[in-house]
Structure formats: structure tokens, C-alpha cells
Design a protein around this ligand. Structure first.
Ligand SMILES: [Zn+2]
Length: 228
């Protein structure tokens, strides 16, 4: 099954990605990770990417798409399918991506949209704490460390990332609503959207996702015909 993960910041796409990887053996392609990989490899391509990143500029869409194309051109490296995470973020990118996936004959089966309510997103992100030393993530309510402010793994100091404050989150949500939310419609119009709720507990979520995975994506028409 080939899929794209969509959803607002804090909906829990990380949890969902881990679930798909662990339970279905799907190749997780995070564009952020891909960029870091290329830069570490020190190839000409990687050096070009580094120039953009070092200057604080956005890496151009063509480069990101090229990277995805390279990664997905070998079907045997992801026999169980792939999930794209972090791309596309705009409708233009979604269209470009569709074109490339068609060219290499690896179209998506559906886009997996993880929706979540604003109170849940705010609670999740504002309570998140990161270890300065090892990067481990905890949460003051949902997954508290044994000693407040201190990492369970390495005794490092826990801190709140500057983009996890309420004000920044609301800003990020607004950017998301303007740029990324239209993609959800884009896939819905093509009848390629599956929606799961990020408000669900992990166990419930796994049940929902497993059902989608086992049944495969059915068109809305087929689904509503079933219901009626
Ligand atoms: Zn730590």
C-alpha cells in the first residue's frame, strides 16, 4: 500500500508513521530525513541542498521531488509500499508529486489524513518537553518524566521547544489551514482520502488503521452504497 500522511501539526503523525512501519513493514519516507541523509552523504546533490539549508532558504520543490523519485524508483527496496511524510505541503506540490509518481509507476493508493481537534493539539504540543542532551521526548501530563524537568534516560535537562508555545502553535495552525488543508480536498476530489482521528487513543487508532490497511481503499461511492 502506498500512502501519504496528512494532518495538522500535533495530530500525531509520528505515532501513525511508527504504527504503519512496525505493523505493516511500510517504508517511511520523511522528507526532512531524506534531506539530512543527502547532506551527510556529501554527494553533489547533497552539497547543493546544503547551500539552501545553510543560507536558511527553503529547498526548492524540484529538488525535494527529485529526491523522492530517486528513493522510490527501486520498488524492491519497499515491497510493502511506502508512506510519504512532510511532503506535499501545498496543492502545487501535490500535483507535481502525482506526475512523478505516475511516471515511475508508483501512484499512491490513498492519502491518510489524520485530523485532530484544536484543544487536543494544544494540550499535546504545549506539554511536550525535549531533553537537551539526548533529544528524548516526554510530556508533562501524558508521559511525565520521573523527576520534573530531568530526562529519564540521561539525566539531561528537559526544555520546551520555542515552537511549542501556544502562540506559535496557533500561527502554525493558521499556515497549515491556508496552505496544506486544501490538499485534503485535492485528494478527496480524486476519491483517494482515508480519514483517521488523532484524538483516538493509540490502541483504537491501530484498530482503525489496520482495518483500512486490510480492506484497502474503497471509493466513497462503494462505501456509501454499502451503508445504504
Ligand atoms: Zn536525555
Amino acid at each position: 500500500m502506498n500512502t501519504i500522511l496528512l494532518g495538522p501539526p500535533g495530530a500525531g503523525k509520528g505515532t501513525l508513521a511508527a504504527m504503519l512501519k512496525d505493523n505493516f513493514g511500510v517504508l517511511h519516507i520523511s522528507t526532512g530525513d531524506l534531506l539530512r541523509e543527502e547532506m551527510k552523504g556529501g554527494t553533489d546533490f547533497g552539497k547543493e541542498i546544503k547551500k539552501y539549508v545553510d543560507s536558511g532558504a527553503l529547498v526548492p520543490d524540484e529538488i525535494v521531488i527529485k529526491m523522492i523519485e530517486n528513493k522510490l524508483s527501486h520498488k524492491d527496496k519497499s515491497p510493502k509500499g511506502y508512506m510519504l511524510d512532510g511532503f506535499p505541503r501545498t496543492e502545487v506540490q501535490a500535483k507535481d508529486l502525482d506526475r512523478i509518481l505516475k511516471k515511475i509507476d508508483r501512484p499512491i493508493d490513498f492519502a491518510l489524513y489524520m485530523e485532530a481537534s484544536l484543544p487536543v493539539i494544544l494540550q499535546r504540543l504545549t506539554g511536550r518537553r525535549v531533553c537537551r542532551k539526548c533529544g528524548a521526548i516526554s510530556h508533562i501530563k501524558n508521559r511525565p518524566s520521573k523527576r520534573p524537568g530531568i530526562c529519564d534516560h540521561c539525566d539531561g535537562e528537559l526544555y520546551q521547544r520555542p515552537d511549542d508555545t501556544e502562540e506559535t502553535i496557533l500561527n502554525r495552525m493558521q499556515v497549515y489551514a491556508e496552505k496544506t488543508a486544501p490538499i485534503v480536498d485535492y485528494y478527496a476530489k480524486q476519491d483517494k482520502l482515508e480519514t483517521v482521528s488523532g484524538d483516538e487513543e493509540t490502541e483504537e487508532l491501530l484498530k482503525t488503521v489496520t482495518k483500512i490497511w486490510n480492506d484497502g481503499h474503497q471509493s466513497y461511492k462503494a462505501k456509501s452504497a454499502e451503508r445504504n
